[in-house]
Design a protein around this ligand. Structure first.
Ligand code: MN3
Length: 238
């Protein structure tokens, strides 16, 4: 097991975890881009998110975004070597022929890399600094979850719901279609949920609201707290 993976799996909050997150993302964080393994077994999120969905989602869907991203960038020169978060803010500099493919697949790579990291937990409620910020900016955990779920239910077609974080620690709820991400506007993502049908259809069929509600049971507030600390320290990338 790599050092980065070991550090991440140790799972302690604050400085150790923040360093672990950075180390994990440095692998494949610039092109050619790599698919990191799931940071826990595929059945970790049972019964809320079934193992088969986790496996297909990571091994097929996320893998395809990475493969398609590298294919789109194969003749793109220096752009293909950018850290992922920088590539996402410079889509306008890319040749038009590959811009849409890079937008969709780089967005998909960043979104899913974040997504695996912030699951694998046991839900509950955030504590400490993060809890204080949620109380201040999003009306507390219950209200945040309610509005997050409503935003996910409202999204037409495929997309993501996010909570973004500014370097000051200020939080905001937002959503994006397709594989777009707030990173494209230079923002930082604290956490987000995937409301593409592939994220839930095997278990929940067309019942997206049930999936949105159940998903909070597998969120890791420890890892989200580590991302929050990293965002305030200016070291959160994707
Ligand atoms: Mn997905």
């Amino acid at each position: 097991m790599s050092l980065s993976r070991r550090t991440l799996m140790a799972g302690t909050v604050a400085v150790g975890a923040a360093a672990g997150l950075r180390a994990a993302w440095s692998q494949g964080a610039s092109g050619p881009y790599l698919l990191d393994p799931l940071p826990y077994p595929a059945d970790r999120n049972e019964p809320h998110i079934d193992a088969q969905t986790m496996q297909l989602h990571h091994d097929r869907h996320h893998a395809a975004y990475v493969a398609n991203l590298n294919a789109a960038l194969k003749d793109a020169g220096e752009a293909a070597k950018l850290p992922l978060q920088d590539l996402l803010t410079r889509l306008g500099d890319l040749p038009e022929t590959i811009r849409t493919a890079v937008r969709n697949n780089a967005g998909g790579h960043a979104n899913h890399t974040m997504f695996w990291q912030i699951m694998g937990g046991s839900g509950g409620e955030p504590t400490g600094d993060l809890r204080a910020a949620i109380d201040r900016d999003l009306g507390g955990p219950a209200r945040m979850m309610e509005e997050f779920n409503a935003a996910g239910a409202r999204l037409f077609g495929s997309g993501w719901v996010f909570v973004t974080v500014e370097p000051t620690g200020k939080l905001a709820l937002t959503s994006r279609p397709n594989q777009d991400t707030p990173l494209m506007g230079g923002l930082r993502v604290l956490f987000g949920n995937d409301v593409w049908e592939h994220a839930y259809y095997l278990k929940y069929n067309n019942r997206r609201p049930d999936y949105l509600k159940a998903w909070w049971n597998v969120v890791s507030w420890d890892r989200i707290a580590a991302r929050y600390a990293a965002a305030k320290a200016g070291t959160l990338t994707i």
